[in-house]
Write a protein that binds this ligand. Sequence first.
Ligand code: ADP
Length: 375
Amino acid sequence: MTQSDILLKHLSTVFDPELGGNIVELGMVKKVDHEGSTVKIDLALTIADCPMRSQIEKEITRKLTLLENVETVEINVVAMDQKDRTAVMEKARKKARENAQPTKIDPRTRVIAIGSGKGGVGKSTLSTNIALGLSKKGFKTGLLDADIWGFSIPRLLGIKGRIEANEDKLMVPFVYDDLKVISTGLITSDEDTALMWRGLMLSKALEQFLTNVEWGDIDYLIIDLPPGTGDIQMALSRLLPQAELIVVTTPQLMAQKVATRVADMAKRSFIPLLGVIENMSYFETNTGDKFNIFGQGGGDALAEQFALPILGKIPISEDTNDIADDGTPLILQEKNTPTKTEIEKLISVIAEKLPPIVDETCTGRLAKVFEELAK
Ligand code: ADP
């Protein structure tokens, strides 16, 4: 694969929210050059001074500078001529007509998958708190427990409810505060049925949860992946081209080694890597002394290896095991602890790095019109 093929693969994860397709398939990327650490792009927009422009430009820059060998991106915007404009509109219309969207997740939804090399590093705890935190900030958020076998989110949230289906036979997420939650653990309480059902779902689990769930209009979807690099991780980029990945690790070098595999897999599947969270980084006493109980360096080593930012270092909480595992997520606990503070910071970092997509349009509400046309 040539360097420009690789760049085009990454550019195809940038969507024109209005036209509902990615900028490569819509023919908006006219030219890509990579010289040193600079990428130069000719980008054709339907109208040059379109309000979507800065959003698309920001998104291109953000996605490409996530790559190790790209530092600056220069975008030269050109307005499409009439012929190009007709062609791109025709493509967008065709996509809408074919209902090419493979899932019920809107291309405008930010999708953050949270992965880890192995279990027990706090991936589910962090997924739950991040989703709740984004929801508490006022963003419409969904939390998908893709850990089909080892689901733990219902327990972490203390949910005993069940998912129901609506008239269209779509599963309706369980709503916790304002957060929409889907997990195999919410499907049935009867263990035998659950096991059989899970068996049937094995390979298609993620697909089911993305296509047969009434997610509605959400700003963020947080996906708690199973640990490791199995089928579900592999299906992610195919089903959700806009998905980005956060890798959770602990400070131990052993944990970092297995986390490397997840980051590698993401790279090979062109899933953008948003950054690393180091969990259980240290323990902080009441007097502010810090102890590196599980050693140190794992998060930094992983971040360095893949040229990624550290999104947060979360200390060990005295209470996590007792209280959090019993249904009161850390960020909802009243007591202010170093762990709660660092998780809150982490949520702000994520919301800042990946702000929700604003629904501005260039040429009226085209996407909506096409959706109507497709009916
Ligand atoms: P994973 O999803 O990676 O398997 P979990 O989120 O289920 O991991 O966490 C494993 C255990 O570690 C749980 O008992 C959880 O409460 C605990 N835990 C997670 N993060 C922390 C933390 N920062 N401090 C203390 N305990 C934690």
